[in-house]
Design a protein around this ligand. Structure first.
Ligand code: MRU
Length: 366
């Protein structure tokens, strides 16, 4: 957040690696657009960002009554405050549907506000309509946002340690998309073990899939690993098979956007192809993510909503001129689902979970 709590300052990921530009966002529309356009991206990072965006709007609700709130209601009761939070939370949730961390963080904030309102009523039993007050509720929101961020830092460190225990010095690792510090709070998930191990003097050879069409691997994973001093080689997505066939990959490490109750996992488009190749070549395929990415209400991968994005991303976004005929039909899903059967283990902050995931995930979330 910025100094007076009126906005959020982020590193605009859409401009990396060419430009390291920090931007300040203040309005609901700016928050929404930042998520939609991937200025902030990566499942845990958008959850944390959404939580702080809610803290900004909550702080505005706590300003004097003459100032109108973001969503049209004027600041009054706890009920009004809650309605504003819910309305803004739903708006944010609609920006990107697949990563469950976004909805998880919004719902967690709403829950914290609800608990605080109930507490105020319990503290004043003679007045069932007692208000906690917008200032107190805004503080609650900010505290919860900070807790979400701090817990993510701890979770990433723990995931990194568990992931590192699966690696040996000199290993070759293939990764897809970007699941590093930019996509989380610190260390990252899939890149966490690599960065942690590199800090400890270990040497790995990382193959980063470029990750068409938005090039998170080419733009962000290489940028982060080079900064961390790790050895990284960029490959096009369709080159994964040849590096695997040559024995250059000992393990695949990928992040996740939503893990269903049976272990089916949504991650960046192309991830399931990597898993199929890894299965063919007998290479372990690991999914790394915090338990906030697990959605037990989703029984299997067929229920995970898959975001579809603008065809312009395939045809022209990173090219001087369009690479396909004008008007060509395109299909641009942003994620795919890797079936649980192709996943060797799911590495969470709670430990290394093994199949059957229906049991191990349920136990980890108890
Ligand atoms: O569309 P993106 O760039 O937000 O997709 C991100 C991914 O698929 C990541 O692998 C995932 O969010 C894990 S981030 C720790």
């Amino acid at each position: 957040m910025n100094e007076d709590g009126s906005g959020i300052i982020i590193l605009d990921q859409s401009l990396l690696p060419g430009e390291e530009k920090y931007i300040e966002l203040k309005t609901p529309e700016e928050f929404y657009e930042a998520i939609r356009t991937l200025q902030v991206r990566g499942a845990p990072a958008i959850g944390i960002f959404a939580a702080f965006a809610m803290a900004v709007i909550a702080g505005r609700e706590a300003e004097p009554k003459s100032i109108r709130s973001c969503c049209g209601a004027s600041l009054t009761s706890d009920e009004t405050f809650m309605n504003t939070m819910k309305k803004f939370g739903d708006y944010l949730k609609s920006s990107r549907p697949t990563a469950v961390n976004l909805a998880w963080a919004v719902d967690r904030i709403i829950h914290a506000v609800r608990i605080r309102i109930q507490q105020a009523r319990r503290e004043d039993p003679l007045r069932p309509d007692a208000n906690a007050g917008a200032r107190v509720l805004a503080e609650t929101v900010l505290k919860e946002a900070e807790a979400i961020r701090n817990e993510d830092i701890e979770m990433c460190l723990s995931i990194s340690r568990h992931g590192l225990s699966l690696l040996s010095d000199g290993d070759g690792i293939l990764t897809h998309c970007n699941a590093g510090p930019l996509a989380t709070s610190r260390y990252g998930t899939a890149l966490g073990p690599i960065i942690l191990g590199t800090e400890q003097g270990m040497k790995f050879h990382v193959f980063a899939d470029e990750t068409r069409p938005l090039l998170q691997g080419a733009r962000l994973t290489t940028y982060e690993l080079m900064k961390a001093g790790a050895d990284v080689t960029l490959i096009c997505d369709n080159m994964a098979s040849i590096v695997m066939s040559r024995g250059l990959v000992n393990a695949c490490f990928v992040g996740c956007d939503r893990i269903a109750a049976n272990g089916d996992t949504a991650n960046k488009i192309g991830t399931s192809g990597v898993a199929i190749l890894a299965g063919h070549y007998g290479i372990p395929f690991y999914v790394l993510g915090p338990t906030s990415t697990v959605d037990l209400s989703c029984p299997d991968g067929s229920r995970i909503p898959i975001e579809e994005r603008n065809p312009e991303e395939i045809v022209s976004k990173y090219y001087d001129r369009p690479v396909a005929p004008e008007g060509v039909k395109c299909f641009n899903p942003a994620f795919d689902v890797t079936p649980a059967g192709l996943i060797t283990a799911i590495i969470t902050e709670k430990g290394i979970l093994k199949p059957p995931y229906t049991d191990s995930l349920r136990d980890a979330l108890k």
